[in-house]
Design a protein around this ligand. Structure first.
Ligand SMILES: Cc1cc2nc3c(=O)[nH]c(=O)nc-3n(C[C@H](O)[C@H](O)[C@H](O)COP(=O)(O)OP(=O)(O)OC[C@H]3O[C@@H](n4cnc5c(N)ncnc54)[C@H](O)[C@@H]3O)c2cc1C
Length: 659
């Protein structure tokens, strides 16, 4: 079995990162000018890494599939970004953020990485403020905070419901400065199709110009993947339509390990699915759980009337409402972590208490907070989210309906869990390096920091920590001796070989000329994943899912239809490439979920639950990161390697959000 070296530095947890930085190898300023780094991705992780590396002196080639770095999926992030500033004086600290993150991830994260993340969280806020990111402020000018799930303190910094957009504009302005200086060369509408390995090291990529269809070769001293998560494997998700896992899967096919793929996050507050022709789901930010209360009716007959449309939510009186999160988890109430809130919603709906026509929705209600704070204050906090909800559903969640016995009733939102984020991803060590030397992975596309469940507002924190504050140090440890090597030419046979195989694969997809559109197969993939590899997983269901996925791969290979030509703008071809890799990813998710005979965080095996329906871990047998190695073909099952988890600073225990 492969020995995975996580390269965690020596010393007590609070000193590891400081020790690392004191002893890592550096690249001298003159040598930096000779070194090129490819950064694939311009989201928060990619843009922060590219601009930081360029500012340090490296030459950066930065790629994205959109027409502008500003259109990376990070722009969609709504609710906020965590940091342990303790501005509220409510007991926060680096240790508490670290502890909450490990606990939130159900004790399946690498402890040393999480501590470092909490440690650098405060620097991120300073950096972003310096860039001019307009975080919300208190009356006195201090940055404001709100609460997110899994924490009893307020540590989430935000810019209305547009935090990702504002952070990305900050990162983009830094990136633009480097582009202007000539230190970053930007390649928009380019898609990485393969990583090129020379003498065992990542030395470049093959990228497709998405406008002309032409394949091009790029060489560098190191390659950084910042290509986001694989949520769109499920077809319907809150992710942007363009999100894909092609770069990650191609790295996996070239020898990088895929870690914990079964850890997929299902977000509790999304607008419910409303029809068969939908291709996208919309998130209602978790920040809404600060002031919104989640409930279903206490009585079955009320639920039935809601499902039949003969009754509306506001007609159900306070005493007939079951605020089930507050009832089950009094200590955290509506702010339990996402996995817990999602399962609790499913439990109520499975028992027949769902509130819309499909029976698959619960209410998120602002009546109490509007009565307490006034609609103006609530709109100040969540106005754009209310508008978004109204635009999609034609219901204004702030609209007053009636007052009964001194209680004001407003129209509630309807929400239901949906695929949102992926904790699994490319395995990286403490330096964020994959098992391929010279290939690094940052942001959502790596697996590192969130264990089996990510806490809200921690993805932006991780992406920016990786890009601004971690990679710029750790990559130097690798690059320090690279300046003495001659630059690798793109004429090497390894580049020619990689380009040839990407080209042949495109020809194969174009040549199938079957009867099914990419979307129809992708939709089927989504159904299989949601049904068999979704919120509640069983051995039987996963085995069946794997069989169906195999059959779907065959269908894809034999019956796919891609119109047009390869040497032109062809979005159907691009989607076909993504779908090929989503199917491989789907099989990885199911394989990992089948092997992990326990429940933890977002991975819920129905066979492994407590009497109260909570996730039941098996620390004796599964206290490790599950890493999968490609076996040369998609037809062969991947091989498992294990990185044992070692906890020094935190006592591993059962998660408790009740008291
Ligand atoms: C609706 C929504 C709201 C969210 N809100 C929050 C929040 O409030 N707080 C929080 O912490 N997190 C939030 N998240 C999660 C968070 O937004 C993401 O995890 C994070 O933005 C991912 O950043 P990233 O840089 O890793 O990837 P992305 O932003 O997805 O960027 C990926 C980049 O890679 C490029 N790319 C991809 N494949 C290729 C390829 N093959 N070749 C070239 N380029 C490629 C893309 O063009 C893009 O530039 C939210 C997520 C969603 C879906």
């Amino acid at each position: 079995m492969k020995k995975l070296d996580s390269r965690i530095p020596e010393g007590p947890i609070a000193e590891k990162w400081t020790n690392y930085k004191a002893h890592q190898r550096l690249v001298n300023p003159k040598n930096k000018l000779k070194l090129d780094v490819i950064v694939v991705g311009t989201g928060l992780a990619g843009a922060s890494a590219a601009s930081s590396l360029a500012e340090m002196g490296f030459n950066v080639l930065n790629f994205c599939i959109q027409d502008s770095p500003r259109r990376a999926h990070s722009i969609a992030a709504q609710g906020g970004i965590n940091a342990a500033k303790n501005y509220q004086n409510d007991g926060d600290s680096v240790y508490r953020l670290f502890y909450d993150t490990v606990k939130g991830g159900d004790y399946r994260a690498r402890e040393a990485n999480v501590y470092r993340l909490a440690e650098v969280s405060n620097n991120i806020i300073d950096q972003c403020v310096a860039q001019g990111v307009p975080f919300a402020r208190e009356y006195g000018g201090m940055l404001a905070n709100r609460s997110f799930g899994g924490a009893q303190v307020s540590r989430t910094f935000y810019a209305k419901g547009q935090t990702g957009q504002q952070l990305l504009l900050g990162a983009y302005s830094s990136l633009s400065k480097e582009v202007q200086k000539g230190k970053v060369k930007l390649y928009t509408r380019y898609e990485m199709e393969d990583v090129v390995i020379v003498d065992g090291h990542a030395r470049g990529i093959i990228a497709k110009n998405l406008v002309t269809g032409k394949l091009e070769r790029f060489t560098a001293n190191a390659v950084v993947l910042a290509t986001g998560g694989y949520g769109n494997t499920y077809f319907l998700s809150t992710n942007a339509m363009g999100c894909n896992c092609t770069a990650a899967i191609q790295a996996y096919r070239k020898g990088a390990l895929m870690a914990n793929p079964s850890y997929v996050q299902i977000h509790p507050t999304c607008i419910p699915v409303h029809g068969n022709n939908q291709s996208k789901l919309t998130l209602m930010s978790e920040s809404l759980r600060n002031d919104g209360r989640i409930w279903v009716p206490k009585k079955q007959e009320d639920a039935k009337a809601l499902q039949a449309g003969t009754k509306q939510g506001w007609e159900i009186r306070e005493e007939d409402r079951d605020y089930y999160l507050e009832r089950r988890y009094p200590a955290f109430g509506n702010l339990v972590p996402r996995d817990v809130a999602s399962r609790a919603a499913k439990e109520r709906c499975d028992k027949g208490y769902g509130v819309n026509n499909t029976g698959l929705a619960v209410f998120l209600d602002f009546s109490e907070s509007i009565q307490r704070l006034g609609i103006d204050e609530i709109r100040q906090r969540y106005g754009n989210l209310f508008d978004m909800y109204e635009e999609i559903t034609d219901v204004n969640p702030g609209e007053f309906v009636q007052s009964v016995n001194g209680i004001d009733y407003y129209k509630p939102m309807m929400i239901f869990p949906a695929i949102h984020y992926t904790m699994g991803g490319i395995w990286v060590d403490y330096e964020l390096q994959t098992t391929i030397p010279g290939l690094f992975a940052i942001g959502e596309c790596n697996f590192s920091d969130h264990g089996a469940n990510r806490l809200g507002a921690s993805a932006l924190m991780q992406g920016l920590a990786d890009g601004y504050f971690v990679l710029p140090y750790t990559i130097q440890n690798y690059l320090s001796d690279q300046a003495v090597w001659p630059k690798v030419s793109t004429d090497l046979p390894e580049f020619a070989e990689a380009e040839k195989s990407v080209d042949a694969e495109i020809d194969r997809l174009m040549g199938i000329q079957g009867k099914r559109s990419v979307d129809s197969i992708h939709k089927e993939l989504g159904h299989i994943m949601w049904e068999h590899v979704g919120m509640g997983r069983t051995k039987e269901g996963l085995e069946e899912g794997l069989k169906l996925l195999k059959a779907l791969r065959k269908e894809f290979n034999e019956n796919l239809f891609v119109p047009g030509k390869k040497d032109e703008l062809n979005t159907e071809l691009d989607k076909a490439i993504h779908l090929r890799d989503f199917i491989t990813m789907g099989e990885l998710v199911a394989t990992d979920a089948l092997h992990r005979e326990e429940s933890c965080g977002g991975h819920f095996r129905e066979e492994h639950q407590t009497e109260e329906g909570e996730a039941k871990r098996d620390d004796e047998n599964f206290f490790y990161v599950g890493c999968w190695e490609y076996q040369g073909t998609d037809e062969k099952a991947p091989v498992l390697h294990k990185e044992p988890l070692e906890y020094e600073a935190i006592k591993v225990q059962t998660r408790n959000y009740k008291n």
